[in-house]
Write a new protein. Structure first.
Length: 384
């Protein structure tokens, strides 16, 4: 089946067309995805001025970019057009999109120009995320479902991250799956017993790892988003053999559970920086390196304990922070100690937010019996 994915939970606007096949039944052909197109517009530059994501601005940008991205995604996917104009009620579309400035006009104009593409279903992120941002994608998906007369499936963003490794050809999950999901809004260890049953066994009590990267970046005067910038600074310190002359805490390392806490680490960086008369480039590099090492130690230790406790056959590391090269390396080294454990980390383009993973997660929930929705509510705190 061909699924159009839509993702607007944070500061990436993404639309993608994915061809999905296979079943969840292990005796049959397993699920496979063919990414037909991936259109994405990142708003990071726009939000950089605010040092973080500014929800009202994200909402406006999503509304502005969804139709151009839809056009591109459908065009690039080169899907067959059904040679008929869609029959739909214009007033209904205007009503669905009444809160999304300018979007109804853009979508109606676009729909008047083209034939209906042969897409079977729409998958849209319903949460978790920033509610004003989520609403734009949801209303857009519902309007499009109405125009094309196809079902719309609300989809969990974290399920998207969890299943994102399956998009790469040749990957299959063997259960139980242990997943470490690390992003700007989440840090959680999830155990999946099978395709349907996922349990969060540990999560952060305060800041998410990505949030800690972003806040420390601000302290080091590097632009938002902090992850890539800190990672670059830390690598410069390693390349120059510049070993930090100080150490940062490894929070909750011995807490005996799978909980995380990163806000103290950020505060420790704040106090550490006060000790230096001026923040030279060398200090910034060393702080970035020690911070990245501290975060990596915590993630590796907690995951090692979770492997011992849950004996997974598949280990997934996903979410925006899994784009970090140092963290990826550390997990590859860890997994080498477990010959019976398959480690999957999605490629960088599928680590950070995207719409392919939303289409993939929707396909898995469709195979699990999920029903389409005619009304969907944004759920900022939706959990797995
Ligand atoms: O999954 P994602 O794109 O969005 C959310 O769902 O939150 O994750 C974004 C987060 C940001 O905090 C960003 O700083 C972080 O992922 N990130 C990184 C790297 N690339 C992105 N963190 C560390 N190293 C990176 N290379
Ligand atoms: Zn995400």
């Amino acid at each position: 089946m061909i699924i159009l994915g839509i993702e607007t939970s944070c500061d990436e606007t993404a639309v993608s067309v994915v061809e999905a096949r296979g079943t969840l039944d292990s005796t049959h052909e397993s699920v496979r995805f063919n990414v037909r197109s991936q259109a994405l517009y990142s708003q990071v530059k726009i939000h950089a001025a605010y040092g973080g994501v500014f929800p009202a601005l994200a909402k406006r940008e999503h509304a502005k970019n969804l139709v151009p991205l839809l056009k591109k995604a459908v065009h690039d996917a080169a899907i067959e057009q059904i040679k008929e104009k869609s029959n739909f009620n214009e007033e209904k579309i205007k009503k669905i999109l009444e809160r999304e400035t300018g979007l109804a006009d853009m979508l109606l104009k676009h729909s008047a120009d083209i034939d209906r593409p042969a897409i079977d279903a729409i998958a849209v992120t319903a949460g978790p995320g920033l509610e004003p941002a989520l609403w734009v994608g949801i209303n857009f998906a519902l309007a499009l479902g109405e125009i094309w007369h196809i079902p719309v499936y609300p989809t969990n963003h974290m399920a998207g991250h969890l299943f994102s490794p399956l998009i790469t050809a040749g990957t299959t999950f063997q259960f139980p799956v242990l997943a470490l999901l690390i992003s700007g809004g989440h840090t959680e260890l999830v155990v999946a017993k099978d395709w349907q049953n996922h349990k969060v066994v540990g999560q952060t009590r305060d800041d998410a790892v990505g949030e800690a990267f972003d806040k420390v970046a601000r302290l080091l005067n590097v632009p938002y988003p902090g992850g890539p910038a800190i990672s670059r600074l830390a690598q410069e310190a390693r390349d120059a053999n510049s070993t930090p002359q100080f150490s940062l805490p490894r929070p909750m390392l011995d807490s005996g559970d799978f909980a995380f806490s990163f806000s103290g680490l950020k505060t420790a960086v704040l106090y550490l920086l006060k000790k230096f008369d001026n923040m030279t480039d060398d200090v910034r590099r060393q702080v970035a390196r020690e911070f990245e090492d501290a975060v990596t130690d915590v993630l590796i230790t907690k995951t090692t304990h979770a492997i011992a406790a849950y004996e997974p056959r598949t280990l997934v590391i996903a979410g925006g922070v899994s784009a970090n090269a140092h963290i990826r390396d550390a997990f590859e080294k860890l997994a080498a100690n477990y010959p019976d454990l398959n480690l999957y980390i999605p490629p960088v383009t599928l680590s950070t937010d995207n719409a392919v993973m939303i289409a993939a997660a929707a396909y898995i929930s469709i195979l699990s019996g999920a029903q389409p929705a005619t009304t969907i509510k944004a759920a900022g705190n939706l959990t797995l």
